[in-house]
Design a protein around this ligand. Sequence first.
Ligand code: NI
Length: 200
Amino acid sequence: MAIAESMLPEFDHETATTRTLLERVPEAKSGWKPHDKSMSLGELAMHIANIVAWTPITLKQAEFDTNPPGGQSDTPPKYESTTGLLAAYDEGVKAARVMLANASDPEMMAPWALKSAGKTIFSMPRAGVFRSFIMNHAIHHRGQLSVYLRLCDVPLLCMLAKALLATMCITKFPKVWEKLALPSPLNRMPMRRRWRRLHD
Ligand code: NI
């Protein structure tokens, strides 16, 4: 199996989970921040949505300079609405998936460098950059976003429970699934509402 092919199921799973949180960003609270030194809710959400857009830079270039000598530094996109946030995210995920699916092993193992003003900050094979700089980076900030949303009283699904339900109960623990599915006032609710009730 090719390196990129082995990453696709993880990419699909993580990007879908991230979207469930981005969908919940309330526009009215986009300027909220937990501390003066923190990013605002809108800035954090836009940062997360924009991470996947770094895929072409990672898979199609050999390096990226955040502050190129004689050039302009990178300016991140600004949050304007949650609809715009999701549109940017969906477009980025779609384009990234095509690029990842088509990346050969030699391309994934080619070295890639992040630079600032010509100085190398780090260098590693593209496969490592894609996993850490794109996937793990988004997962890290997604956890941060979940705390922001909780502090803003936004109802949250329990991501871990949802993932366990989808990937373990049904396939590996059918008896647990049967127990969860026993008739009860709670279990007669649609699945989405049931998890919301259990984990809010
Ligand atoms: Ni970041």
